[in-house]
Design a protein around this ligand. Structure first.
Ligand code: MG
Length: 155
């Protein structure tokens, strides 16, 4: 068994779609980033890569490479997982915490689990997603951005 942890954060930006766990969430602002800035997918990707000892998302999909501009991060997650499978490892389960003051993500969690599970060739019951506020503290509390933490177990 191998375990990996992933963290990501992106700041809010005007005129961007908000995509979390592959799900487009209605919100006045989206997240800034080279790709679709999906912090959930990015944190989970880093957790998988960390567990497999394969480095991190920035090494695999450099933001200097134009092919990842506005990339669908669910696709990146899937690509990273294919690398994991090549190491003869597979996902047992993953758990993600999304830290955001706004929006509340509870009603989108099931859709996110479906999307993430699709990329990871597993069932939604193997992927947990939960939301948390930061109790109005710090950059998240001030509504400057969203962060996510993920843990993945590989066998
Ligand atoms: Mg990111």
């Amino acid at each position: 068994m191998r375990v990996g942890i992933g963290y990501d954060s992106h700041r809010f930006a005007e005129g961007r779609k908000l995509v979390l766990g592959g799900v487009e969430i209605p919100h006045p602002r989206g997240l800034a980033g080279h790709s679709d800035a999906d912090v959930v997918a990015h944190a989970l990707t880093d957790a998988l890569l960390g567990a497999a000892g394969l480095g991190d998302i920035g090494a695999l999909f450099p933001d200097t490479d134009p092919q990842w501009h506005n990339a669908d991060s669910i696709r990146l997650l899937n690509q990273a997982y294919l690398r994991v499978l090549e190491m003869r490892l597979h996902l047992v389960n993953a758990d993600v915490t999304v830290i955001a003051e706004q929006p509340a993500i509870a009603r989108f969690v099931d859709q996110m689990r479906e999307k993430l599970a699709g990329a990871l060739l597993c069932g939604p019951s193997d992927i947990s997603v939960k939301g948390k506020t930061n109790e109005k503290m710090g950059f998240i509390g001030r509504g400057e951005g969203i962060a996510a933490i993920a843990v993945a177990v590989l066998e």
